[in-house]
Write a protein that binds this ligand. Structure first.
Ligand code: ZN
Length: 417
C-alpha cells in the first residue's frame, strides 16, 4: 500500500537539503544536489532497489522481476532544482516512483517484468543553459563535445564539474540506455493552473509540447518623428504590433490539439522618443503537442507577416531559430491511466504539457505515460510552489496500480489504430 506518511516525511527531509537562499536551491551537480542524490539513493535502497550509476551520474535503481529477460518498466524524474525553486518540482516524480516499489516490497508483490527507477541528473537548464541533460545522455543524445562546450555562470565547464564528481564524461556514450522497455512513466507537478481551475486531482498528459522559435527582422525606416507625415512612414514597430496580434489570433484558431503562440521578445532601434522605429526584431515562440497543428499555425503567421509588411512596404526576413519535436504520450497508456482514475473515482482530465520533461526523450523508445499533480495557483520554479499530499498520494496510487498491471507478462499494449 502507498504510505502517505512516508511520502510526507521524505518531502520534509528534502526540504532541508538545499543550498543558501530562499526556497530550494539544488542546482545540478552542486553540493546540495549531490546531497539530495545521496538521500534519494538511500530511499531507493530502503525500497529494495539495487543501484547503479552511469557516466553522467544518473542513478538507476533496479527491482528484479520474476523474469529478468523481459523488457523493464522505467519510472523516473529529476532531483535538481532551479535557483530559489520549490520542493515539489521533480522530486514528487522520484518519491512516487520509489514509493511504488517500496509498497511492492512490503506487499511481497513481485512483478513479472523488472522495474527501473531513474533519478535523471540535470533536468533544469538553470545552470548550463541546456535542459534534460541526464535523459539526453541516456538516449545517446549528449556528446563529449557538448559536455566540453557547456559552462555555468562561473565559467566552469560541465566536463570539469562531472570529473570533480568522480564521473566519466570521456565515456559518455556508455551512458546510453539499451534495455528494451515495456513502458515508461513520469509523475510531475503540473506547473500550470488548469487542474486547480477545474478542481481536479490528477491530470493525464497527452503529450509534451515543443517550441518552434522564429526571429522576425523588420527593416522599417527610422525617420524624424516630427518631420515625417503619417502617410510617408514605414514604421517597423507599427508593423510589429500588427504581427503580435496576428500571432495571438492565429494561435487561438487552433483548438484540437491547442497551439500557443507568444511574442515574448521585441527589440527596436533606435528606441528613441523622437525617432520612428526602423529596425525591429520580434521573437515568436509557437508550441503544441502536434507538429502538424504547430506547422499550420506557423504557416498562418508567415502569411500574416507577408500581408502586413506588404501593406506597409516594409522589407523583412524570418529566421527559424529552433524547432523541436513534440513528444506524444502513448494512447494505450493514456487509456490505462484514465481507466484507473475512473476505477478509483478520482476526477481527472487529459491535458498537454507546455513545459519540457525528461519523459519527452523516451516517447520514441517505449510507450510513455505521464501524470500531473495540481500545484497551488499554478506556481512553480518558486519558493511558494506547493502540492497537496493527498494529490501526491493519489498520483502515487494510480502510478502503482498502473505499474502493477503493466508488469504482468500477460499484459500487452494494444497498438493505436
Ligand atoms: Zn521538473
Amino acid at each position: 500500500m502507498i504510505d502517505s506518511v512516508r511520502l510526507s516525511q521524505q518531502l520534509k527531509t528534502l526540504q532541508t537539503i538545499t543550498g543558501p537562499g530562499k526556497g530550494i536551491n539544488r542546482l545540478a551537480f552542486t553540493d546540495s544536489d549531490w546531497q539530495g542524490r545521496q538521500y534519494l539513493c538511500s530511499l531507493m535502497e530502503a525500497a529494495g532497489l539495487s543501484i547503479r550509476t552511469d557516466a553522467f551520474g544518473n542513478v538507476i535503481g533496479h527491482y528484479a522481476g520474476l523474469d529478468e529477460s523481459l523488457p523493464a518498466i522505467l519510472i523516473g524524474s529529476h532531483g535538481d532544482s532551479v535557483p530559489e525553486g520549490g520542493n515539489f518540482d521533480g522530486i514528487v516524480g522520484l518519491l512516487t516512483a520509489i514509493e511504488t516499489v517500496h509498497s511492492m516490497k512490503e506487499d511481497h508483490f513481485i512483478p513479472d517484468h523488472p522495474l527501473e527507477i531513474v533519478l535523471f541528473m540535470c533536468e533544469e537548464s538553470s545552470r548550463f543553459g541546456a535542459a534534460t541533460l541526464g535523459s539526453r545522455a541516456m538516449r545517446g543524445e549528449l556528446s563529449l563535445a557538448e559536455i566540453h562546450q557547456l559552462h555555468d555562470a562561473a565559467h566552469h565547464s560541465l566536463f570539469d564539474i562531472l570529473k570533480a564528481r568522480g564521473l566519466d564524461p570521456e565515456h559518455i556514450e556508455s551512458a546510453r540506455y539499451t534495455r528494451p522497455l515495456k513502458a515508461c512513466f513520469e509523475v510531475h507537478i503540473e506547473q500550470g493552473k488548469v487542474l486547480e481551475h477545474k478542481s481536479l486531482s490528477v491530470g493525464i498528459v497527452t503529450g509534451i509540447a515543443a517550441p518552434t522559435r522564429l526571429m522576425v527582422h523588420l527593416h522599417g525606416c527610422a525617420d524624424h518623428s516630427g518631420a515625417t507625415p503619417m502617410d510617408l512612414r514605414h514604421d517597423g514597430l507599427c508593423a510589429a504590433s500588427e504581427i503580435i496580434l496576428a500571432v495571438e489570433q492565429t494561435a487561438k484558431t487552433a483548438c484540437n490539439p491547442p497551439v500557443v503562440g507568444t511574442v515574448g521578445r521585441l527589440d527596436l532601434s533606435p528606441n528613441a522618443m523622437n525617432v520612428i522605429p526602423g529596425e525591429v526584431q520580434l521573437g515568436i515562440d509557437v508550441r503544441s503537442i502536434s507538429a502538424k497543428a504547430r506547422a499550420t499555425v506557423i504557416a498562418g503567421i508567415r502569411a500574416s507577416i507577408s500581408q502586413i509588411t506588404t501593406a506597409r512596404k516594409i522589407p523583412y526576413t524570418i529566421e527559424e531559430i529552433s524547432s523541436d519535436q513534440p513528444a506524444a504520450m502513448h494512447p494505450s497508456v493514456i487509456q490505462l491511466l484514465a481507466s484507473l482514475c475512473e476505477e478509483n473515482q478520482i476526477p481527472y482530465d487529459q491535458l498537454p504539457s507546455g513545459a519540457g520533461h525528461d519523459i519527452m526523450h523516451w516517447a520514441d523508445y517505449a510507450p510513455c505515460g505521464m501524470l500531473f499533480i495540481p500545484c497551488r495557483h499554478g506556481i512553480s520554479h518558486n519558493p511558494d510552489e506547493y502540492a497537496d499530499l493527498e494529490d501526491i498520494t493519489r498520483a502515487a496510487n494510480i502510478l502503482s496500480q498502473a505499474v502493477r498491471r503493466v508488469s504482468a507478462c500477460s499484459f500487452h499494449w494494444v497498438d493505436p489504430q
